[in-house]
Design a protein. Sequence first.
Length: 61
Amino acid sequence: MCLAFPGRVVKIYKKKEKALIDFGNVKRDVNITLLPKVRVGDLVMVHAGFAIERVEENELM
């Protein structure tokens, strides 16, 4: 079983390998190499330090 958490992309670093993700008042650096087209403002699912999927807000409810 996989446990992933949704977070919002706040900043993408220059090398485009990592991004700052906001999990609701907790911010962490996350590897985004699995999602090359991710942009600031996107909502992503994060598992084990990797953004694994882009999601829409209405998919979370």
